[in-house]
Design a protein around this ligand. Structure first.
Ligand code: NAG
Ligand code: NAG
Length: 294
């Protein structure tokens, strides 16, 4: 029975669908009838809270011809516009849990971006992990490239001067990871991006909203997308959700040189379970997701 239960839960998690058979599983902690959208905890098997999308990103500049239809964890958008818009579905508070996207994106002219999109404050940052695009903007500074989730990303940093932001007109940095070969379905391991950005000194502050969004200007296209947070780490990522506090349980490694992180190695961050000491340098937090021996 134990084996069956584990398999059943693993299957349900993998299928991204947690509907009917749950009541037969003894690991379910909450009363099924009390649920609205799936957002609950499975106990005992290290399955983590699934976070349903609870936020619609809905910025459409006046005059933009955009039909946006958010619906639970899904949204559709059809556009043919000169003016800018950014619409999508996501979460009022972002974190580093991997995000799953499933759907289709067709950008037929102009600029079209399908991105994990969000903001942090202190510092104020607008970030994009651009998964699929037509004519993505290339402005600012290339910081480097890295691989994640089966693709190569180029990281850019770009300063916006006196531009609209979640804190009004401000000057702030945009962080962009742009995937070389686009996709509209897959898992985005955010922790890999946050870590890579941190290694370039691109730190994030408090997480504000976080969505899977479509942006365009002078473009036409159509996107249909369903989004979610990965249940158990997903993709190539091993980082649990930021909401899982590890500060009290993080293993402390004896301060012997051999088992400590080397210079530039990771030595902490939400979900990190490796060595928290440095054989060389001092462990410094770049952001809450990544600390490094420097
Ligand atoms: C489940 O919720 C229903 C409706 O609120 C309630 O009547 C029932 O007693 C609950 N069952 C358990 C096992 O908590
Ligand atoms: C929306 O989801 C995020 C992430 O799970 C959570 O932190 C936030 O509290 C939720 N907001 C609402 C209004 O439910």
């Amino acid at each position: 029975m134990a084996t069956f239960t584990k398999l059943a839960v693993a299957f349900l998690a993998a299928a991204g669908s947690l509907a009917a058979p749950l009541e037969v599983l003894d690991v379910v902690e909450r009363n099924v009838t009390e649920r609205g959208e799936p957002d609950f905890t499975l106990g005992a098997h290290n399955f983590r809270k699934r976070q349903s999308p609870n936020y619609s990103q809905d910025y459409i500049a006046s005059g933009a011809n955009v039909q946006f239809t958010p619906n639970g964890a899904s949204f559709g958008v059809t556009f043919n516009t000169q003016s800018d818009f950014v619409v999508g579905r996501g979460w009022t508070t972002g974190d580093s849990t991997p995000i799953t996207m499933s759907g289709t994106a067709s950008f037929t002219s102009g600029v079209g971006l399908l991105s994990v999109y969000g903001w942090s404050t202190s510092p104020l940052v607008e970030y994009y992990i651009i998964e699929d695009a037509l004519n993505p903007p290339q402005q600012g500074t290339i910081k480097g490239t890295f691989t994640s989730d089966g693709g190569t990303y180029t990281v850019w940093e770009h300063q916006q001067v006196n531009q609209p932001s979640i804190q009004g007109t401000s000057t702030f940095n945009q962080y962009l990871s742009i995937r070389t070969s686009g996709r509209s379905t897959g898992t985005v391991t955010l922790a890999n991006h946050f870590k890579q950005w941190a290694s370039y000194g691109m730190s994030l502050g408090s997480m504000n909203y976080q969505t899977v969004s479509v942006e365009s200007w002078s473009g036409a296209g159509k996107v249909q997308m369903t989004v979610g947070k990965s249940a158990a780490g997903g993709g190539t990522g091993t980082t649990p959700p930021a909401s899982t506090s590890v500060s009290g349980t993080q293993p402390t490694t004896p301060a012997t040189g051999g088992s400590c992180a080397a210079m530039y190695g990771q030595c902490g961050g939400t979900g990190f379970t490796g060595s928290t000491c440095c054989s060389s340098g001092t462990c410094k937090a770049a952001n809450s997701y990544y600390s490094q021996c420097l």
